[in-house]
Design a protein around this ligand. Structure first.
Ligand code: SAM
Length: 202
């Protein structure tokens, strides 16, 4: 998966390649789809949600550029796979999932796997996690109609926020940086995520 789908398609950051080699994606895929864990596809994880395609996850990680001392906010825990990848690099990961059964499953799995620097809660991630803000990095794994104001407000100076922006049918992976108090937006490739459902989502 790492050689064929990630390295081959231009992801070169050794830190990212190394965590993809380390975290077993099959642990996060439901039993009935486990044989397809290392194919280049999103896969169902129940509740009408998906674990994202490995290449897109890698691309988001590259844009986000987490550092060892980063405090990261992730919106849309889903299976917990990307949470684990982030937790391998960053000092602390706060993750919000709106569907309780997914949040509970991911929480249990990540605890079993020994991740002590992850906190997961159930809620509307479009509003962020104000008590723990500001964050050095914010990753949104669901599509928003525009950059959620609450999340932008919780981004630290010099911080990076990665979010798919657009309609249900077409989105652009967008990098938002806070530079000297201002937000700078940079559009990337097109992508297709499930909608961010909430007060500042769809
Ligand atoms: N990165 C995840 C993984 O590795 O499995 C996949 C995330 S999945 C594409 C998107 C997730 O965002 C879904 O689990 C969905 O329930 C969640 N979601 C959608 N809107 C949300 C919101 N407002 N707050 C928190 N989670 C939300």
């Amino acid at each position: 998966m790492v050689a064929g789908q990630i390295l081959n398609r231009g992801i070169r950051d050794p830190k990212i390649l190394s965590v993809f080699s380390k975290v077993p994606r099959d642990r996060f895929v439901p039993e009935e789809h486990r044989m397809r864990s290392y194919t280049d596809h999103p896969l169902p994880i129940g509740e009408g949600q998906t674990i994202s395609q490995p290449y897109i996850v890698a691309l988001m990680m590259e844009l986000l550029h987490p550092e060892p001392d980063s405090r990261v906010l992730e919106i849309g825990t889903g299976s917990g796979y990307q949470t684990a990848l982030l937790a391998e690099i960053a000092s602390k990961v706060y993750s919000i999932e709106r569907i309780p059964v997914l949040a509970e499953r991911a929480s249990r799995l990540l605890k079993d796997m020994g991740y002590a620097n992850v906190e997961i809660r159930v809620g509307d991630g479009s509003l962020g996690w104000p008590e723990a803000a500001p964050f050095d990095r914010i990753l949104v794994a669901a599509a928003a109609p525009s950059v959620p104001k609450s999340l932008a407000g919780q981004l630290a100076e010099g911080g990076r926020l990665v979010v798919p922006i657009g309609s249900a049918l077409e989105q652009t992976l967008t990098l938002v940086e806070r530079v000297q108090g201002n937000l700078r937006l940079q559009e990337g490739c097109s992508c297709l995520f499930v909608p961010l459902i909430g007060a500042e989502g769809s």
